[in-house]
Design a protein around this ligand. Structure first.
Ligand SMILES: Cc1ncc(COP(=O)(O)O)c(C=O)c1O
Length: 392
């Protein structure tokens, strides 16, 4: 590694997270690992860790991502969540990629394509997100019948994606009802895999009886987005209030709490690249930030092109936090009152600067924060004491 900025990915933590999820929520048959955008920027090599923990289907956003995944795992089925241009039908078949069929128009194009081998499809229903999927039962029925007549096409799955799935959420129930309505003309039981939920639905809602699959993204990477069970008076009061609101708004049962023990797998480091003395009233960086005391500016090789800005507020070096004074595309400037050696390791996200803290400082959620750390940052994948530098 020449530029010393890298994200350390803890493969064991990912495996343990999946094991923990499967232990506490064993009611599904298919656990989809959502590894789009390079596994939420943890690096596609993580598919091996996720599979080891019990993920038995993957989901990506594009054919390119599916092909990257296939470099690590040639066997586990992978569903592409967006429709793939059928010009690439041979790549789809050769790499055993399951495709999403989301409209009658796409169905007809698929039927016009020459298939040299068999292909698995999952039908996508738009139950309220209004992004992708069949919006009415007649079109879905036509597509289902047309596809069912083809001997090279298998309708293996059907799914939808929740726009919302929070607690006390009437729209969640409306989306489930809408899914049932749109699928009412077809035989849902004839389709082997039915999957609606995502991370939040897993932990905050009861299992939907007709689903046997769940697509998990952010939770795999250590974010359960909920609180620990709380039997204190305040916790029970909260539960009573939730019960009252559920009744009032006719919502299905939800909870904010779970006792999942998950770990984040992502940390970010760099090292001091240059050190210079500054005096009180000197200015630093493009914004000419004025220095209040004599000291040192430590320049770090990481900037907003890597997804790191002065909004991160501080870094951790040795045993102390140091304030970030200025940022630029490729470098950050940090103030220290004492000199620090060039080459000293700097933590940007990690034990002392956990992701939830950086999220609150930057006003981002974990999805945005992780996905904003660019592919320019080398991923150092750590597993069983072995390290591999991966350039994506
Ligand atoms: C269609 C689909 N399914 C599942 C997921 C995973 O969601 P989450 O990370 O909230 O589990 C996503 C993420 O954006 C998605 O777009």
């Amino acid at each position: 590694m020449q530029r010393k900025t890298y994200a350390k990915i803890d493969g064991e933590a990912l495996t343990k997270n999946v094991e923990e999820i499967r232990r506490k929520y064993p009611m599904y048959t298919y656990y989809f690992g959502v590894v789009k955008n390079n596994a939420y920027h943890h690096g596609m090599k993580c598919v091996l860790d996720l599979k080891k923990g019990g993920i038995n289907y993957f989901a990506v956003s594009s054919l390119e991502e599916a092909l990257l995944l296939r470099k690590y795992d040639s066997e586990t089925p992978v569903l592409c969540l967006e429709p793939i241009d059928l010009e690439f039908i041979d790549d789809i078949i050769n790499n055993n990629v399951t495709i999403t069929v989301e409209s009658l128009d796409y169905t007809e194009k698929l039927l016009e394509s020459t298939l040299y081998g068999s292909i698995k499809v999952h039908l996508k229903v738009d139950s309220g997100m209004h992004r992708l999927g069949f919006t009415n039962k007649e079109d879905l029925k036509k597509a289902y019948d047309l596809l069912n007549q083809q001997n090279k096409i298998e309708i293996e799955g059907i799914y939808s994606h929740f726009a919302t799935s929070g607690v006390v959420d009437p729209y969640y129930d409306e989306q489930v009802a809408s899914f049932l309505d749109i699928t009412s003309l077809i035989d849902l039981k004839s389709i082997p895999i039915v999957h609606l939920g995502r991370s939040l639905s897993l932990v905050q809602h009861e299992k939907i009886p007709f689903c046997n699959g769940i697509r998990l993204g952010i939770i795999l990477y250590g974010f359960a987005q909920s609180i620990k069970p709380d039997r204190s008076f305040k916790g029970r009061l909260r539960e009573v209030k939730r019960g009252y609101l559920q009744k009032k708004y006719h919502c299905s049962k939800t909870t904010l709490e779970n006792d999942l023990d998950l770990q984040t797998a992502f940390s970010l480091y760099t090292e001091v690249m240059s050190v210079r003395r500054v005096s009180e009233n000197d200015t630093v960086g493009y914004t000419k930030k004025r220095i209040k005391n004599d000291g040192y500016i430590l320049t770090l090789p990481v900037g907003y092109a890597d997804g790191v800005t002065s909004d991160f507020k501080s870094v951790w070096i040795g045993n102390n936090y140091y304030p970030i004074i200025a940022d630029s595309m490729d470098m950050l400037m940090v103030f220290a009152s004492e000199p620090v050696h060039v080459g000293t390791t700097v933590e940007i996200i990690g034990k002392h600067l956990p992701i939830h803290l950086v999220c609150s400082r930057t006003h981002k959620n974990a999805y945005h924060l992780l996905n904003d750390i660019s592919n320019r940052v080398v991923r150092v994948h750590v597993k069983d004491k072995e390290q591999e530098e991966i350039y994506y």
